[in-house]
Design a protein around this ligand. Structure first.
Ligand SMILES: [Ca+2]
Ligand SMILES: [Ca+2]
Ligand SMILES: [Ca+2]
Length: 200
């Protein structure tokens, strides 16, 4: 079990393991932990081990706690594990996260119509940030990112929660969205796209 901080469903360098998360064998495949189903908790190294399984196919799931939710497998799917006689499997990993992602584009709104017209390009090097305290300013403890070529950005909100997504317009003014911000209450593991900003 690993801490998928950047929600990419892989364990990257710097991403640790998660202890005390419940793993269970969903014998009746109802997506819930029922009273008669085997379960255990991940150890301090993030590992779990079910022993004494008969050959067969098992659905393994997690019950994330502590503000985490599942990123791997995607869409809260189970790990489907086939076990032959005498076989050991050590590759049945889960990714969980407490974070959320917001994606979008910052564009140059040349005609100030609040929309991105075909001729209007993206702006790179613009700061987009998570205004956690809602004061309209980028504070030192608030997550931020820079738009790249084409004006796109990916902002990691850690941990997920209530947030306003804003840009630092510099010498420009924000023409879109109306009010200059997006308000969200982000859940762990949530990815929100299309949060675009216009600057002029
Ligand atoms: Ca990752
Ligand atoms: Ca079940
Ligand atoms: Ca702020």
């Amino acid at each position: 079990m690993f801490d998928d901080q950047n929600l990419d469903t892989m364990r990257n360098s710097g991403e640790g393991t998660l202890a005390n998360q419940v793993v269970y064998i969903d014998s009746n495949n109802n997506g819930r932990l029922d009273a008669n189903e085997r379960r255990l908790k991940t150890g301090s190294n993030g590992r779990y081990t079910f022993t004494g399984l008969k050959p067969g196919t098992y659905l393994v799931r997690v019950v994330p706690t502590g503000g985490y939710d599942q990123t791997k497998p995607v869409k809260h799917a189970a790990q489907v594990v086939k076990v032959a006689k005498g076989q050991q499997r050590s590759d049945v990993d889960f990714g969980l996260t407490r974070n959320a992602l917001v994606k979008g584009t910052v564009f140059f709104d040349a005609n100030r119509n609040h929309l991105r017209d075909r001729s209007e390009g993206g702006l790179s090097g613009v700061t987009v940030y998570a205004d956690v305290n809602g004061n309209g300013k980028l504070d030192s403890n608030e997550a931020r990112t820079l738009t790249i070529a084409g004006g796109t950005y990916t902002l990691l909100v850690a941990p997920a929660g209530k947030v306003q997504i804003r840009v630092v317009p510099g010498s420009r003014t924000v023409t879109a969205p109306t009010g200059g911000l997006y308000s969200h209450t982000l859940k762990a593991g949530q990815i929100v796209s299309g949060r675009n900003f216009g600057l002029r």
